[in-house]
Write a protein that binds this ligand. Structure first.
Ligand code: ADP
Ligand code: MG
Length: 309
């Protein structure tokens, strides 16, 4: 059985690139770029709660970092450094190698450096903290939406929730296990979006956070919401509605922007080759979301995922 230190060195220590000092000392040292604010977030993945015991370790390494990258995307921040706190039931070489491969593949793709962490024996639990940079004053907040703003959604919704009910649909399982954080989109939305959030707990719930922080309401047209392609073949409208409106784990961005930004956002969608759908508008009044069906009738809304329930 390798010691904790051998394990860290073997799987998680890489030569420091942008960090002044990476893994191996009592703390990492990093130097923020001039004029930047630091965006700091952490997200935990717990066996039984966020993934099954038999989850594929490579996908788990990907997802643990992806959910943190998604928080950077939602702030419009460029991810820079990450810390990995991990509790492991044992030192399974194959498992650790695959987990590290999934994590570092994504880290390299997004220019994030793993600069430290903590490793202990215990029930499997993965907690990554991430630090990003955003030009001072330009972070995308939840609180900036104004009445009249358009509401936009990236990519497609409902795929991750669909995978839980239809594990035979590969595209949906891919969404659930290996979400693609919209980091580039978030950074390019600086100055264009008035508010943003990533969809981790369901479209209705997460847009609800923008409404509460911004102190306004919203009207959304269900037909305009972008939906995972597989729903078209399933012909199960109740399932589709539940997954699209309340399903978590899609890690798309929902953001608001002035109507004058439509051209700019359309151009951004083409530049990134990423669909951006205009789905509704911000309304004056109480922080309530109304989702209208094709006949302009409000749909009943379920609450999204509550991690504390
Ligand atoms: P300390 O006793 O000071 O907390 P540790 O022995 O826990 O130090 O960690 C030694 C070094 O290894 C530190 O630099 C720490 O950040 C790093 N480290 C520990 N676990 C991990 C991990 N899972 N991933 C990356 N770095 C880690
Ligand atoms: Mg420690």
């Amino acid at each position: 059985m390798p010691s904790e230190f051998e394990l860290i060195r073997k799987y998680f220590e890489r030569p420091a690139k942008s960090a002044v000092l990476g893994v191996g000392d009592d703390a990492a040292l990093v130097r923020p770029s001039p004029g930047m604010e630091l965006a700091i977030a952490t997200d935990m993945l717990l066996e039984g709660r966020h993934f099954r015991a038999d989850a594929e370790p490579r996908a788990l390494g990907h997802k643990a970092l992806a959910v943190n990258l998604s928080d950077m995307a939602a702030m419009g921040a460029a991810p820079r450094w990450a810390m990995l706190g991990i509790a492991l039931p044992g030192a399974d070489d194959q498992w650790l190698a695959a987990f590290a491969a999934g994590l570092f593949e994504l880290a390299e793709r997004f220019g994030v450096e793993l600069v430290g962490g903590d490793t202990t024996r215990g029930p499997l639990n993965i907690c990554i903290a991430i630090v990003g940079e955003v030009p001072a004053g330009q972070a995308l907040l939840r609180s900036g939406a104004l009445p009249g703003d358009d509401i936009w959604v990236s990519g497609a919704l409902g795929g991750a929730a669909l995978a839980l009910e239809h594990p035979e649909i590969a595209a949906a399982v891919q969404r659930l296990d290996q979400p693609e954080p919209r980091v580039e989109l978030g950074m390019r939305l600086r100055g264009a979006a008035s508010a943003a959030i990533d969809i981790s707990d369901g479209f209705a719930q997460d847009l609800g956070h923008i409404l509460e922080r911004s102190g306004c309401g919203a009207r959304v047209h269900y037909a305009q919401l972008p939906k995972e392609a597989a729903f078209a073949r399933l012909a199960d409208p109740a399932l589709e509605r539940r997954c699209v409106l309340s399903g978590g784990d899609d890690y798309e961005l929902v953001f608001t922007a002035r109507q004058g930004a439509r051209g700019e956002i359309g151009a951004l969608s083409r530049a990134l080759n990423l669909p951006l759908a205009r789905v509704g508008s911000i309304q004056r009044g109480a922080p309530e979301l109304v989702v209208l069906d094709a006949d302009e009738r409000p749909l009943p809304l379920e609450r999204g995922f509550d991690h504390f329930a």
